[in-house]
Design a protein around this ligand. Structure first.
Ligand SMILES: [Zn+2]
Length: 685
């Protein structure tokens, strides 16, 4: 793209950039949605409602969704673009091999008549293998295909940067095997209805798939999973990076789990030759292995068959699709209607938010989609503007670290060193992430495409695992509406999240600082929070804090946690401060840094008043409007139990009340619901 500018005359280039500048913001005239505000609500009582009340009142949750939000409107915009892209490809695949793969995958999904004709037939390879397995060792071999196929596993295998030697990859082995979103679903009485619905769903699906005595099999497999749940670690326990780093030789792993035959599992996964494995939930392993050894083999087979059918159901006939939706959509997240087929086709090919749900890029050709999407829809000017904004955020964060009163000088020096090692990735990768040549995608074999794509991706990871870590890797595709702070000490903002209201090149800068600036700051602080503190400037697992820094941080984090624990998103479900601690701290730090960065960007001049709003007001409203949205109560419950992010209302209200600048900006006074006395406000970053 830079080459193109070279042969443009400077006059033509000026005209072009003037045309780009002239495009109005998505929310005219300056980037905030003034019609979203509810002036009847006092900002100090409920800032989220004040900024978004009118929008929330006029916005209904679509029957095929469990929520409605600005973020989903961004996804809608992107889905329409992906729809055009895939329809175009299907109409004329052309000479480009990836475009032809996308065309074939999309067309295969859209062929509903073929799915009806095939019924349960596509499940046959896995079902035959499960039925034929003579013993537990043979089933363990099938589990070894879980990462590159449809089988479930008692122990999951992952390949990622080695936390203790970040220039290399490590093979991680972790607890797995549960079909419900979290162990709480098996153990907590208030979620018992969900477990009952799960059992009914398992019976239904096994029946459709032709498994013998489906009701009895479902009872047994859910009881098996409930035992696994009891033995499994909680999500809060899993957040401790030191606790989940337990390197051992294969022989030690065998000694840890007597009776479990690892050879077939590791062999089938392609990692049998590794001299070291890193075990995650160590104390759970012997218990899981014992439960596996005690469970009748027929139950284990039914469990495997159910999970194969559950993973395959979205690609099968109507009866399977409906059963899958009735449980995963209706029961778990409160959706009332399934999404149109073309939208599901886009997800199946790889147009979804892989970041929001890591499992959703499984069995896709998401990188082929990503290359086509970025080339067609992501302007290079946006990449340049966001890169500049990120630089300002980094400078503001540096200054804030230098000024922290609770962190000692030695730790500060380490923190600044770490900040300098971060790479920022914007829009789309500069190097290709996957070479799909050799991957067969067929117009008449939908589930086969899923299998082959999953196996292809896993084989790629295994092959790469012997070499040095690739710091150019992206874990999210360009079409992902999300951002992350990764194990490569990188912060990544895919094209999909760089849309209004999160970012709009035509909007007033203060609004962009409040919205994308807050998100950028959020991701930056993750490198330095209760998890990030255990990863040093080289990316290695090493606690670089002194005990007194750790104590000072914990005291502040606990005070913030106590504030969030008082929030009750739905009756009976309070925010879990331990689970959400890292994300809440990141939100608070993110907006604090963004506000500073905005002030710095003014170069000593006063902020202009725009639309009658001060600069600070626009920053706060930018943040609040970026999070606008609502959710079905069941989905909020699921989120409150298992999601490390607080519900969106509290990502706004929980943060602004801790920032001093918010009080004068909106004349917030004692007695208002969100008011905190100055000494009760928590400042961490
Ligand atoms: Zn986060």
């Amino acid at each position: 793209m830079a080459m193109k500018a070279l042969w443009l005359s400077s006059a033509a280039a000026l005209l072009l950039s003037a045309a780009a500048m002239a495009a109005p913001p998505v929310y005219p005239p300056f980037g905030l949605d003034r019609t979203a505000v509810d002036p009847a609500v006092k900002p100090g009582d409920d800032f989220f409602q004040y900024a978004n009340g009118a929008y929330l009142a006029r916005t209904a949750i679509a029957s095929d969704r469990s929520s409605a939000s600005r973020r989903l409107e961004m996804t809608d915009r992107m889905e329409a673009q992906l729809h055009t892209l895939m329809e175009d490809a299907a109409r004329s695949p052309g000479a480009d091999a990836n475009r032809a793969r996308v065309a074939a995958f999309y067309s295969a999904f859209m062929d509903e008549a073929q799915a009806e004709r095939l019924g349960a037939d596509p499940l046959r390879p896995e079902f035959d293998a499960i039925r034929a397995a003579p013993d537990r060792a043979a089933l363990a071999g099938l589990m070894g295909q879980a990462e590159g196929g449809l089988y479930p596993a008692l122990f999951g295998i992952g390949i990622d940067t080695d936390l203790k030697d970040p220039a290399r990859y490590a093979v991680y082995v972790g607890q797995s095997g549960l079909g419900l979103p979290d162990r709480d679903y098996y153990l907590k009485p208030e979620l018992a209805a969900k477990k009952d619905a799960y059992r009914a769903y398992a019976a239904k699906l096994l029946g459709l798939a032709g498994w013998a005595e489906p009701a009895r099999a479902a009872d047994a497999l859910v009881a098996f999973e409930a035992r696994l749940a009891e033995a499994s670690w909680s999500k809060v326990q899993q957040r401790d990076l030191n606790a989940i780093y337990n390197p051992m030789a294969p022989a030690e792993l065998r000694a840890l789990t007597p009776g479990f035959d690892w050879s077939p599992l590791l062999g089938a996964a392609g990692v049998a030759g590794k001299g070291q494995l890193v075990v995650n939930e160590k104390s759970a392993f012997p218990r899981l292995a014992a439960i596996y050894a005690e469970t009748p083999i027929d139950t284990l087979k039914a469990w495997m068959a159910f999970h194969v059918a559950d993973g395959a159901a979205p690609y099968l006939s109507k009866a399977f699709v409906a059963a899958h939706f009735d449980f995963h959509g209706k029961v778990l997240t409160g959706q009332s209607e399934i999404r149109p087929r073309w939208k599901r086709a886009i997800l199946a090919v790889g147009g979804g938010d892989c970041g929001a749900d890591p499992g959703s890029c499984f069995g896709t050709i998401a990188w082929a989609v990503g290359d086509l999407y970025a080339a067609r829809y992501f302007p290079p000017e946006t990449k340049a503007k966001v890169t500049e904004l990120v630089g300002n955020l980094k400078a503001a964060f540096r200054a804030r670290i230098e000024a922290l009163d609770w962190m000692g000088p030695a730790t500060k020096a380490e923190a600044l060193k770490k900040l300098d090692t971060y790479t920022i990735k914007v829009g789309y990768p500069d190097t290709p992430q996957r070479d799909y040549s050799g991957l067969v995608v067929r117009r008449d074999d939908l589930l086969g495409n899923v299998r082959r794509a999953a196996a292809y991706d896993w084989a790629f990871r295994v092959r790469r695992s012997d070499g040095p870590v690739d710091r150019g890797e992206w874990s999210m595709t360009p079409q992902t509406n999300d951002a992350y702070n990764g194990s490569l000490r990188d912060i990544v903002f895919p094209a999909g999240i760089l849309q209004a209201p999160i970012f709009d090149a035509a909007a007033d800068p203060a609004i962009n600082y409040g919205a994308i600036g807050g998100v950028i700051g959020h991701e930056m602080t993750h490198g330095f929070d209760d998890q990030g503190r255990s990863i040093d400037a080289n990316g290695a697992l090493r606690d670089w804090w002194t005990p007194s820094d750790a104590a000072a941080f914990k005291a502040r984090a606990d005070r913030l946690g106590a504030q969030y624990a008082a929030f009750e998103p739905v009756p009976g479900f309070h925010i879990n401060p331990g689970l959400t601690m890292g994300e809440n701290i990141a939100d608070l730090g993110g907006l604090s840094i963004a506000l500073d960065a905005y002030h710095r960007s003014l170069n000593g001049k006063p902020a202009p008043v725009v639309g009658g709003l001060t600069g600070d007001q626009r920053v706060f409203l930018g943040w609040a409007q970026a999070w606008a949205g609502k959710m079905q109560p069941d989905a909020i419950k699921a989120m409150t139990v298992g999601d490390p992010h607080s519900f969106r209302k509290f990502r706004v209200n929980g943060v602004v009340r801790n920032l001093d600048a918010w009080y004068p900006a909106f004349k917030v006074a004692p007695g208002e619901a969100l008011y905190l006395k100055p000494e009760d406000r928590v400042r961490i970053w």
